[in-house]
Design a protein around this ligand. Structure first.
Ligand code: PLP
Length: 399
């Protein structure tokens, strides 16, 4: 829990990582997996928040890293992950890291036809294992979760066409390559437990149809975190087991790749009021040194979880709109009706902002803010503010 003393002490704006909260999430997911499976891997989705200090903390708690590009692959390696503790997904692999990962014993889930070609370059003196991503159409596998136009997917090999069976044939023809797993990451809008159950059942049908003998099923990510009235880690994992048990496949190694469910709740964002303007009879604009860019890079959220830290009493006003500091007119975060007017120096702490924020924020107007980690009574600066010096890296100004 981040206390008032910490809020007052830190420079604004900054992100704050609550280490205890992160560990609570990791332990919660691990315990749920342990209850239902003897063989499982909890793997953190690096794209969700690639802060190096975070990657190291997650590694220290025995999680693997799930990466989806050569850059993320190198980042994970530099943050201490051996190849055998990396899961390599997505279409953005390059040949060099793809072959290195397969040879180094990473779990590599093939996503594209070019990767199937690259397999031919593996040495013939060893046996290598790879996984294959299965295309999941939401309305095909779980009508109750259908969401319209984007139920089909750009990812994986489809069994609705010959793509999946063709990919299987390519792998079967290579004497030094074995198919060891199926990857089925897909996020339905509902994030419902039912959707995962149905997707796993669909994967089991495919495994049965092609008589596949696998080591693992990689279920991907997309789970809710720790919100009341939403499914818990245990609810999801219990459904995985039920679905696999129905097909006699519950001894498979189960892999999960959560991002949001592990890191959303452990990050906070601190900002401070830098100006208050009276623009209409009943309306004030409160400008802060934070930005919607930092906590909502797509500018789509309807509401934010936040706490106000006001220093002095002030008169109540009809409507105040709390906004960010960029020059975007819609850099507006929330509206307070009939509350005390915020004053210069008052602080706002946005909660639950760890997922797809820091990894997606554009370097717009000013560069990345500081990131602090809080563990018990210690506060550590884990990434300094980026300024022009960091922005200029690898650039030339003139020739
Ligand atoms: C392959 C894969 N695995 C895991 C994740 C993590 O998803 P989430 O952060 O919703 O858990 C993603 C997100 O896009 C993904 O593409």
């Amino acid at each position: 829990m981040i206390g008032k003393d910490i809020i007052q002490k830190l420079p604004s704006p900054s992100f704050i990582l609550d280490e205890e909260e992160l560990f609570r999430s990791i332990t919660g997911f691990t315990e749920a997996l342990k209850e239902f499976f003897s063989d499982f891997t909890l793997c953190y989705s690096v794209k969700t928040n690639a802060l190096p200090y975070l990657l190291n903390l997650v590694h220290s708690r025995d999680c693997f890293a799930e990466v989806v590009s050569a850059d993320e692959y190198h980042l994970a390696r530099q943050c201490g992950y051996r190849e055998s503790r990396i899961i390599y997904n997505g279409p953005m692999k390059n040949k060099k890291t793809f072959l290195e990962a397969v040879m180094g014993g990473a779990i590599v889930n093939i996503e594209t036809k070019r990767e199937l070609k690259w397999l031919e370059e593996l040495s013939k003196d060893n046996i290598y294992k790879v996984g294959l991503r299965l295309n999941i159409n939401i309305s095909r596998v779980s009508m109750e979760d259908a969401d319209g136009g984007q139920d089909n997917s750009r990812f994986g090999f489809s069994d609705e066409t010959s793509d999946f069976s063709d990919a299987l044939s390519v792998i079967k023809k290579l004497p030094n390559v074995q198919l060891s797993g199926i990857h089925i990451h897909r996020t339905a809008h509902s994030r419902s437990v039912r959707f995962y159950k149905h997707s796993i059942e669909y994967a089991c049908e495919i495994i049965r149809k092609y008589h596949l003998e696998l080591d693992y099923l990689d279920i991907g990510g997309g789970f809710f975190g720790i919100f009341p009235e939403k499914p818990t880690y245990r609810d999801y994992v219990c459904a995985f087991r039920e679905a696999l048990y129905g097909y006699g496949l519950d001894t498979l190694r189960v892999i999960v790749e959560p991002g949001n469910a592990l890191v959303a709740s452990c990050f906070h964002y601190l900002s401070e009021v830098i100006d208050v303007k009276h623009v209409e009879k009943e309306k004030w604009f409160v400008t802060t040194d934070g930005s919607r860019n930092d906590v909502d890079p797509f500018f789509r959220k309807q509401n934010y979880l936040y706490d106000l830290y006001a220093e002095k009493d002030s008169p109540s006003v009809n409507e105040q709109i709390v906004s960010g500091c960029t020059c975007l007119e819609n850099d507006r975060l929330f509206c307070i009706k009939n509350g005390p007017l915020l004053q210069l120096g008052d602080r706002i702490l946005y909660r639950n902002v760890g997922a797809y924020t820091m990894s997606l924020s554009p370097l717009f107007i000013r560069f990345f803010p500081c990131v602090f980690a809080v563990k018990k009574n210690e506060i550590i600066l884990v990434r300094g503010k980026w300024d022009a010096e960091e922005f200029l890296q690898k650039s030339i100004i003139n020739n």
